[in-house]
Design a protein around this ligand. Structure first.
Ligand code: TSX
Ligand code: MN
Length: 595
């Protein structure tokens, strides 16, 4: 077997995996358009891809009903000691986990082609980028990786003979016997699914699922879980953050990175169109930020991804027009509904519901149906380059300098629209205590407060206590060049249960206040929780919002915050001795300020 690959480690790994998984054939991907089209043709013939008449070069897939989301219960951080994985991760020892998974991988690609996918997270050749090689038996994974990462033979060239890469092994876990008819979405049952990370050897093993973050291993597995460990080792940050550039009417640019738990509208904010005249917003990324300290001592960020893997339901011209325009062609849709005229549809799209559609399970659907037409976690995979407001500098190898870091969550009560941290350590405290109320988009009970520190709970590849310490250490290195840290809540409600803040485009007013804070042009009031805008702080020009609403939005009720303290203490207690002293001090000072 001569695959014409110069990298010895890669050759050895391909040989090892093919002997283990026993595929019928091996194909090395080059990332070309022709390859994409060939793969799509194959998927139309055998893989359930439905071409969409209404959108050029766009296809709909329907997953198995058991394989519709990331599987956090089946996600493992496999370090030598459980302590290293920490209290927020599932842990299994490497020896045990590898033994189990080797058993599953044995012969798992029989009857299938094994694809070798060389990809770069970040612009190819950027000093912040990392190279991964995904081996997968799913052509659906290949086409999605083409959009979400930079798949290219140039990656293999860059690797050379001795270059380092992150091996990402993926199988759907559904070997085919001779003559056996393939399923439309082959995958393994839930108890056989494993999404495993071996951070001590920069290794990812995924088995049994073909969906999203379980299978497109460059995203959550590499760019967050493995990268977070590398980032601590190497002194940088791998974060679950959107990145945007805001430009004021004078042309001054501000770069913002923001972390929110799921169902808070991260993609909507990343592509937001400001409602205040003269301000411009451009998207750099909607999900992941890799941030390194540059030669000038500032924090520079790249988006390691090449596309958007966004939740479709709720996306519309009113919530996110720039996303809608991104989706006009060259898109893969998964688990959306199919309309009679050959387009996709989902709940929350603009206009009238279709009178008839085919739902995500392939059944007839009408507005009278009791089931949803699209799965709530239905997705689009679209090239970032197609976003009308993609920033011209989004692929700059050195990244953009971050001025502002935002944390946030969905809280119907207690938390004001916006406040600023007193200093870096206080900002880390805000990130570490970020919490959100669950919605129908989450699993489990609705309206229940869930702590999701830095929006990284499902994505931190090591002990989260150590992760907090790493953030504190980064503050020390950044000194007075550190970005300023803010906390936002777009979701506060009045006593009638109505949202107090219009959100969406009007969030630009909140971002403007942050920019003016940076420039020393906006005042703030000291409160026990942090710095809140002055009465005239937020630009409300052209917005019809009653002064009483603004008062309610900004209100800091000391008694309500005192009631949060036991929850924060309980949340912190799980980190035991790994909880940094500096965070304990922040909690103590917060309690003191509350009086
Ligand atoms: O994404 C949201 N953002 C950020 C936008 C840049 N959403 C959607 C969240 C689900 C993913 C929001 N929902 C936001 C928001 O700022 N705010 C709200 C709550 C809200 C919803 C509707 C209205 C106002 C607030 N107004 C009307 O329905 C007219
Ligand atoms: Mn995400």
């Amino acid at each position: 077997m001569n695959l014409n690959i110069k990298n010895e480690k890669l050759n050895r790994w391909i040989k090892e995996v093919s002997e283990l998984c026993q595929p019928d054939s091996i194909y090395i991907c080059n990332g070309s358009k022709e390859e994409y089209n060939q793969m799509i043709e194959l998927l139309i013939k055998n893989g359930g891809a439905i071409p969409l008449k209404k959108r050029p070069n766009s296809y709909l897939f329907r997953s198995d009903p058991s394989d519709v989301a990331r599987v956090e219960d089946r996600t493992f951080i496999s370090t030598s000691s459980k302590e290293e994985a920490g209290p927020t991760n599932n842990w299994l020892g490497p020896a045990e986990l590898k033994k189990t998974m080797l058993g599953l991988y044995k012969g798992c690609m029989k009857g299938r082609t094994m694809y070798v996918i060389p990809f770069s997270m970040g612009p190819i050749g950027s000093p912040i980028s990392k190279i991964g090689i995904e081996i997968s038996d799913s052509p659906y994974v290949v086409v999605n990786m083409h959009i979400m990462t930079r798949v290219s033979s140039r990656v293999l060239e860059l690797l050379g003979e001795n270059g380092e890469f992150i091996p990402c092994l993926h199988s759907i876990g559904a070997p085919l016997a001779h003559g056996q008819k393939d399923a439309q979405w082959p995958c393994a049952p839930i108890d056989k699914k494993y999404i495993s990370h071996f951070p001590e050897e920069n290794l990812i093993w995924s088995y049994g699922s073909g969906y999203g973050g379980n299978a497109l291993l460059g995203k959550k597995c590499l760019a967050l879980r493995i990268a977070s460990v590398m980032a601590r080792r190497e002194g940088w940050l791998a974060e679950h953050m959107l990145i945007l550039r805001l430009t004021n009417p004078e042309g001054r640019q501000y770069h913002i990175a923001a972390a929110f738990p799921s169902a808070c509208g991260k993609t909507n904010l990343a592509m937001m169109m400001p409602s205040i005249p003269g301000w411009k917003c451009e998207c750099i990324g909607d999900d992941i930020a890799w941030m390194k300290i540059g030669a000038d001592g500032r924090l520079y960020s790249i988006n390691p991804e090449n596309g958007f893997f966004g939740v479709a339901p709720g996306t519309s011209y009113s919530t996110n027009p720039m996303a809608m325009d991104t989706l006009k062609g060259n898109v893969i849709f998964t688990n959306c509904a199919l309309t009679d005229d050959g387009d996709v549809w989902w709940e929350g799209m603009d206009g009238d519901e279709p009178v008839h559609a085919i739902d995500w399970k392939g059944r007839d659907w009408t507005p009278e149906s009791v089931h949803e037409a699209a799965h709530p976690n239905a997705r689009f995979t679209a090239p970032a380059s197609q976003c009308p407001v993609i920033c011209k500098d989004w692929e700059k190898p050195e990244g953009v300098p971050i001025d502002i870091i935002i944390f946030g969550g969905r809280r119907s009560e207690v938390v004001p629209l916006v406040y600023e941290a007193y200093n870096w350590d206080h900002g880390v405290f805000l990130g570490a205590t970020a919490a959100s109320e669950t919605t129908a988009a989450n699993i489990g009970a609705v309206g229940f407060l869930r702590y999701d520190p830095f929006a990284m709970k499902p994505f931190c590849g090591y002990n989260m206590g150590d992760y907090f310490q790493h953030w504190l250490d980064m503050g020390g290195k950044l000194g007075n060049k550190a970005p300023r840290i803010f906390y936002v809540n777009w979701f506060r409600k009045n006593s009638d249960g109505k949202f107090l803040w219009p959100g969406f485009s009007d969030n630009s007013r909140v971002l403007k206040w942050m920019c003016q804070r940076i420039d020393g042009k906006a005042g703030a009031q000291e409160t026990p929780i942090g710095l809140v805008p002055d009465k005239e702080g937020i630009d409300l020009n052209g917005l019809d919002i009653p002064p009483d609403n603004m008062r309610e939005l900004m209100m800091v009720n000391t008694d309500e915050w005192k009631a949060e303290i036991p929850n924060i203490e309980k949340h912190f207690s799980i980190f035991g001795s790994r909880l940094p002293e500096r965070l304990k001090l922040q909690l103590k000072e917060f309690i003191r300020r509350l009086g």
